[in-house]
Design a protein. Structure first.
Length: 497
């Protein structure tokens, strides 16, 4: 797992646990070293006392206390005898009389006291390891073969006798090992507690940030691309305290939302003025255009009184006035849709609309192959939607007209209606040459035209697909297009039931 992808909450908890682990490890190491040093010091004191008893105190030979110089001659050489030097179990003693050859083990007293108090002889290797201890009277750590770790001290007496005493470090090792085990358990519990407490504290401290995120998400779900936008949602005042980092983020977000609301308000005001102007202009131009068309038609009905050239001009004026009227009607419709005016809401059967639209398209373009793909009879009711019958007819008419105008004769055009879950899907597809890639991004924008010469000849205004998009959006639907060779427009509308 990559740490950079972790959430802030997880990273903070991990940092807290890591810090606790480092502190616990440091404290455990220091306390362990201190304990080991203290126990070693105590063992050294005990070792010094044992060595002093070996050098100065009496020892027992056959249960009789004698002086050390006497004991050296009377100690029986064989190990396992009743030799009792008055030391604790595990104590190791080596005595080398003055002038004796250390290599001659028969001249040495070398053994350790077992748990039963008997003197057990050391083997040559162990004896050599002990005789290697410096005779400066300072305790040193050694490891005796088959016996383990020891602290040893060696001195030379006034009579020239070399005395070496050693005590096992088993007590120190076992105590330190037990202490380390306890430390590990305590540290593990401390890490668990730190993790749990860290999660609780971090969750509590980041709760204001969650509220800030919630505010941002609610604003992001608002339709900001159209209509009048009211950004009433703000970060709560308790989460805008400038003394905290989260409060600074909350205050900055509120300030940003305020600026965005002002900008969107200004945009809406400007667009409203433009829409109102377009609507007013379209409405006001209807009457003079109707008059122009009427006079042109009147002149055309009296051909005997008008020259042929004038008749041709009047015919041209009439056709252009009709085109201008259609353009004004389209612009007025878009202005009304942009203003968010509600459409009629009634059950509409898309199969009926598809049949009527294809019939009309066949009459307008008999040189195309018009096809229908409708649900089976038992599923006809599944194609019902709630909407404006007139506007949905306009959607189908515009899509079929678009296919007729922008594909060559003989092109197969199919209108398809299907139920898909809670939606009804309407598709208009053709096997024509497709849409040029340069036009696909702006296809649903206003005044987007394909072939200019074809548009001029057919009177296209470039608003057909823009109206389709606006009407579908007003019905809470979506429209998409795919084109390769062949083009498919897919309209998805909420089903009525």
């Amino acid at each position: 797992m990559i740490v950079g992808r972790w959430t802030l909450r997880r990273r903070l908890v991990v940092v807290v646990v890591a810090l606790v682990a480092v502190v616990a490890a440091a404290m455990g190491t220091l306390s362990t070293l201190a304990l080991q040093s203290s126990l070693t010091t105590q063992l050294d004191e005990k070792l010094t006392a044992a060595h002093r008893r070996t050098v100065d105190g009496p020892v027992r030979v056959g249960g009789i206390a004698v002086a050390p110089d006497q004991a050296a001659d009377e100690l029986p050489a064989p190990p396992g005898s009743t030799f009792r030097p008055g030391q604790d179990a595990g104590t190791v003693n080596v005595q080398v009389p003055d002038g004796a050859d250390p290599a001659d083990l028969t001249a040495l007293q070398a053994g350790y006291v077992d748990d039963d108090g008997n003197l057990v002889a050391l083997d040559p290797t162990q004896t050599e390891q002990l005789l290697a201890v410096p005779t400066d009277g300072e305790p040193v750590s050694i490891v005796l073969s088959d016996l383990g770790g020891y602290r040893a001290i060696a001195t030379v007496a006034t009579d020239g006798t070399t005395n070496v005493t050693a005590l096992p470090t088993t007590s120190v090792t076992s105590t330190v090992t037990s202490f380390v085990a306890v430390e590990i358990v305590v540290a593990a519990l401390a890490l668990l507690v730190a993790a749990a407490a860290g999660m609780v504290l971090v969750r509590r401290e980041l709760r204001p940030l969650d509220r800030v995120v919630g505010t941002a998400n609610r604003v992001a779900r608002l339709p900001l691309d159209r209509g009048e936008v009211v950004l009433a949602d703000r970060v709560p005042a308790r989460d805008t305290d400038p003394a905290t980092e989260v409060g600074q983020v909350g205050a900055a977000l509120n300030k940003l939302l305020g600026h965005v609301e002002q900008a969107l308000g200004a945009r809406y005001e400007s667009e409203s003025q433009v829409r109102q102007f377009v609507a007013d202009a379209s409405h006001e131009l209807r009457t003079p255009l109707a008059s122009i068309r009427g006079y042109a038609e009147l002149v055309r009905r009296s051909p005997d009184d008008v020259p042929v050239s004038a008749l041709q001009a009047m015919s041209r004026v009439e056709s252009e006035s009709e085109r201008m009227t259609a353009l004004l009607e389209d612009m007025l419709l878009l202005a009304r849709l942009d203003a968010g005016r509600p459409l009629a809401t009634e059950p509409v059967d898309l199969t009926v609309l598809a049949i009527d639209a294809v019939t009309d398209a066949h009459a307008a373009g008999p040189d195309h192959d018009w096809r229908l793909d409708l649900p089976s009879e038992e599923h006809l009711e599944d194609a019902l939607v709630l909407g404006d019958d007139h506007r949905l007819r306009q959607v189908l008419a515009n899509l079929l007209s678009n296919a007729r105008l922008h594909t060559p004769a003989g092109t197969a055009v199919t209108a398809r209606v299907r139920r898909a879950g809670d939606t009804v899907v309407l598709q208009v597809s053709d096997d024509g040459p497709g849409i040029p890639p340069a036009l696909r991004e702006s296809l649903f924008q206003r005044f987007t035209r394909g072939d200019a010469s074809r548009n001029s000849a057919t009177g296209s205004t470039g608003l057909g697909l823009a109206i389709v998009h606006a009407v579908v959006t007003a019905h809470a639907g979506t429209i998409t297009v795919s084109s390769g060779p062949g083009t498919t427009f897919t309209v998805t509308l909420p089903a009525a039931r």
